[in-house]
Design a protein around this ligand. Sequence first.
Ligand SMILES: Nc1ncnc2c1ncn2[C@@H]1O[C@H](COP(=O)(O)OP(=O)(O)OP(=O)(O)O)[C@@H](O)[C@H]1O
Ligand SMILES: Nc1ncnc2c1ncn2[C@@H]1O[C@H](COP(=O)(O)OP(=O)(O)OP(=O)(O)O)[C@@H](O)[C@H]1O
Ligand SMILES: [Mg+2]
Ligand SMILES: [Mg+2]
Lengths: 253, 253
Amino acid sequence: MRTIAVTNQKGGVGKTTTAVNLAASLAHFGRRVLIVDCDAQTNATLSFGINPAKLDATVYDIFTGEASAPEVIVRYSDRLHVIPATPDLAGGEAEKSPAASRGQALKQALSGLTGYDFVLVDCPPTLGLINVNVLVYVEEIIIPMQCQFFALQGISLLLKTIDLVQKRVNPRLKITGVLPCMFDGRTTLSKEVLEEIKGHFGEKVYRTRIRSNVRLAEAPSFGKPVLEYDPNCNGALDYLSLAREVLGLAEDA
Amino acid sequence: MRTIAVTNQKGGVGKTTTAVNLAASLAHFGRRVLIVDCDAQTNATLSFGINPAKLDATVYDIFTGEASAPEVIVRYSDRLHVIPATPDLAGGEAEKSPAASRGQALKQALSGLTGYDFVLVDCPPTLGLINVNVLVYVEEIIIPMQCQFFALQGISLLLKTIDLVQKRVNPRLKITGVLPCMFDGRTTLSKEVLEEIKGHFGEKVYRTRIRSNVRLAEAPSFGKPVLEYDPNCNGALDYLSLAREVLGLAEDA
Ligand SMILES: Nc1ncnc2c1ncn2[C@@H]1O[C@H](COP(=O)(O)OP(=O)(O)OP(=O)(O)O)[C@@H](O)[C@H]1O
Ligand SMILES: Nc1ncnc2c1ncn2[C@@H]1O[C@H](COP(=O)(O)OP(=O)(O)OP(=O)(O)O)[C@@H](O)[C@H]1O
Ligand SMILES: [Mg+2]
Ligand SMILES: [Mg+2]
């Protein structure tokens, strides 16, 4: 089972869009996927048409240790399940449980999971205790980056945090890949920033670039991943291409 | 003197782009403007070509009370001054000073300022103590919103926070305006979300919409506001239009 955090403390760079659509694309290729929404903004939850206001059991109860994974998992489709988030995650209370305050809450609740090939975790745009819980649990990290001027700003702080967790608590944690998002191939700026990102991360930068595509912004308002909303648009094709890279498949699989 | 926070805890919606370019546009109309960067990502600071790594004195020292405003202000141009940020703001230490922990640090340091017509504050994408310090200090708030599906998500939390500060500490605090950013007029989604935003905020939504314009994303990499980088592009025109609305000027001023 591969466990992957989709994280970047910079806001609005494509974390949720990537977590949701990579999850759907992996399921499309036959994998059983669980996506865990750890963001109080509940954007991933909403992207599957799940209304956080109507739920009793969410990832919040996983953090407080009051519920087990099976009690909170929502089935979106046969191969795509969701642990939803709730705005209550913003209160600062979720991190206060003994396990969460040591970064162990997700690991304790989810390491025993069976029946999934992939667990993807959508992270909030912060470097706080919730994110630490995620980094302690997963073995892989995908960093979405918007190819704009500020993309590499603050990246050293993210890398330091990852490094700290990896050295002290989770030796298997590694950055699997960096994903250029909202890519606008027509502008010199995008290409320059992409070069800068490659200079920084080298081989880790995925060949796939997620191009700017309005369908990706529209799909959440229909409560479905883009693959269901418009299977032939660039957004869908790009995330299928990313899934192939993540799976190590040939480009025409 | 008008004091305005540019805030929205959602990431990547246009706070910095708005703070920087509204500041420059107000200066263009002859006003003396101070822009205060309160974000550890230092994006506004970088947008003026200021390198945070080379500074001894920043807004951090304002928070800790170790420096006064005149000691940290950097002159970008005659009418446009900057209090720069530093990545150290992320450490959680800045908020620990007696004044900052009560939300009073900015107010104490900046209320005595003279010589400016406008003070604009660029806020981080959080609802933490740094933001509270900003809300305790300013009298006005501009909320940039991206016209996408998640725009109104989490807005109630922001409004609650503003309400709390206004009731308990700062009765003159008010939301002056909501600014549609990164507006893509071609898509139905943008128009639908704009309608939703208007339904929510009514008259407070500026007539000006900041259209998606790559020049706005490029300008920071040249260390200057868009008005200097490309004075005739849509980005420049839109922020001049916003400045007119903020100043209460006629549209052809
Ligand atoms: N490739 C794309 N093309 C067009 N729109 C996109 C693309 N990727 C993301 N978006 C839109 O941009 C906005 C921000 O994306 P997203 O929510 O995925 O970022 P995020 O990093 O999860 O943000 P946050 O930090 O707030 O969690 C959303 O409205 C999303 O629909
Ligand atoms: N109207 C626009 N057209 C094109 N690009 C834009 C526009 N407004 C902002 N951008 C770009 O989008 C990105 C996010 O904008 P910005 O940094 O202003 O958002 P923010 O709300 O300050 O983000 P954060 O929450 O990280 O502080 C930046 O790279 C910026 O240059
Ligand atoms: Mg998100
Ligand atoms: Mg910003």
